[in-house]
Design a protein around this ligand. Structure first.
Ligand SMILES: [Zn+2]
Length: 118
């Protein structure tokens, strides 16, 4: 056992450790969403509506995203907008976590491969 090796070399992760780190991190990421939440002007069914006739109109939140090749948008009531905003932030964070998982997984696989070849 070489003590200096342990001092100066960072301990190498195994792919199983990367898997466990990713699963532990992803487990707490809820709610989750991808896409964007934005205000859109929606038409109104009232006749002679002052807001519509003045051009101000009515705005409401919508979640925009994609399902396969198709775009979708879902109306989101105002009081639910903060929760969906949180879900989208978690979604962005999860993408970063996935990027980091891939980086560490690649290093671990390479390390395990060279250990097999020794
Ligand atoms: Zn209106």
């Amino acid at each position: 056992m070489c003590a200096s090796n342990h001092l100066y070399m960072p301990r190498k992760e195994t792919s199983l450790e990367v898997k466990r780190w990713f699963q532990d991190t992803a487990r707490d990421l809820w709610p989750i969403a991808m896409g964007s939440l934005s205000l859109r002007k929606s038409p109104c069914i009232r006749e002679h509506c002052g807001l519509c006739e003045s051009g101000v109109g009515h705005s409401s939140y919508a979640l925009y995203g994609r399902k396969g090749k198709r775009r979708f948008s879902i109306y989101v009531p105002d009081e639910l907008a903060p929760e969906l905003e949180r879900a989208i932030q978690n979604g962005r964070h999860l993408q970063e976590v996935m990027m980091e998982a891939g980086r560490r997984y690649a290093l671990a696989l390479k390390n395990e491969r060279s250990r097999r070849q020794q």
